[in-house]
Design a protein around this ligand. Structure first.
Ligand code: R5P
Length: 315
């Protein structure tokens, strides 16, 4: 059984395949001069893609990642159905429909943060992405989705997985924190998990987002004097949330402040901004970035195993 990847998933797919006892098959993906995507399952991999179950690792980020994921899923579907319509060249392989068994692993699920309508007429983008990709697969594993509740009741089974166990291990071995802080209420469950695994104290801040670049925390007394603190979140984008939380921790006497998250987006100079506020930054490789030191593969493997078990059991 193969773990397939296009451009965005190759690194993770390579690590994921041996954990699942599968082989990694890289699919072709490139861009036309006008920027449009092209994908192809190489002829020598077609039989492999027609095997019982296949996993595709692909991010739905940035916008081009959504298109590439769709084209890859379309190519996989057609090859598995034996659909050769409009084929200009020759093909002498099998063409019977091999049936369901396509699982999508999404390390970074783009568009996750718009999970509500803040005013009439908005699109709930977090839902739209799944509504589209779920037409072409039999189940999805998503890593540390911002707010999983938004995907309740979708047409295919979804496994939500988390890299917090691996992040806890990385923090424990790297900085051995005394205290874990969630920078807002949304990250409480992730940060408590990390604190529980490390066996250290935990608290959280209440955050108000004024705009994309400005956030405010409600003042709160934290027992961090003389302590090494790690702030844990699902993602870092501009770095504003982490920088403000770090300022609050330093004012209250924290001796070291580190930041850890699953998804390191690091937009608009975030890494330089963070360098002035925290002593270290740790992320998974769900998005390629210079601070990625935790593999997303083990978490995705846990979700995919559960998903395949569930689908096989119910099928
Ligand atoms: C929002 O609730 C998320 O969990 C993150 O806290 C947020 O996306 C981080 O964004 P930024 O780095 O721009 O503050």
């Amino acid at each position: 059984m193969p773990v397939l990847s296009g451009a965005s998933g190759a690194g993770i797919a390579e690590k994921l395949a041996p954990i699942l006892d599968m082989e990694h098959v890289a699919l072709e993906s490139r861009r036309f001069p006008d920027g449009e995507a092209y994908v192809r399952i190489p002829p020598e991999s077609i039989e492999s893609v027609r095997s019982e179950s296949v996993v595709l690792v692909s991010n739905t980020f940035p916008d081009s990642g959504i298109m590439q994921t769709l084209l890859l899923l379309g190519a996989i579907r057609d090859v598995r159905k034996g659909d050769l319509s409009s084929l200009k060249g020759e093909w002498s392989g099998d063409t019977e429909d091999v049936g369901p068994g396509v699982f999508l692993a999404i390390p970074y699920y783009g568009y996750a943060r718009q999970d509500k309508r803040f005013s009439a007429g908005e699109s709930i983008s977090a839902k739209m992405v799944t509504e589209v990709v779920s037409r072409y697969c039999d189940g999805i594993a998503i890593l540390d989705l911002h707010a999983p509740e938004v995907l309740e009741g979708m047409d295919v089974p979804i496994e939500f997985v988390s890299s917090m166990p691996e992040i806890a291990e990385r923090l424990q071995n790297g900085v051995s924190p005394d205290f874990i802080l969630s920078p807002d209420k949304g990250a409480i469950s992730r940060a408590t998990e990390v604190a529980g695994l490390i066996g250290c104290d935990f608290s959280y801040l209440e955050k108000t987002r004024i705009d994309a670049h400005t956030i405010e925390h409600t003042p709160k007394n934290l027992d961090v004097s003389g302590k090494v603190v790690a702030i844990v979140d699902d993602m870092i984008s501009t770095g504003g949330t982490i920088c403000r939380a770090s300022d609050a921790l330093r004012r209250q006497g924290a001796t070291e402040v580190h930041a850890a998250c699953t998804h390191g987006l690091f937009t608009g100079g975030a890494l330089s901004r963070l360098a002035n506020h925290v002593d270290g930054v740790y992320t998974t490789d769900s998005l390629p970035n210079p601070r990625a030191s935790v593999s997303a593969a083990p978490a995705l493997a846990r979700g995919l195993s559960r998903l395949m078990e569930k689908v096989t059991h119910n099928g």
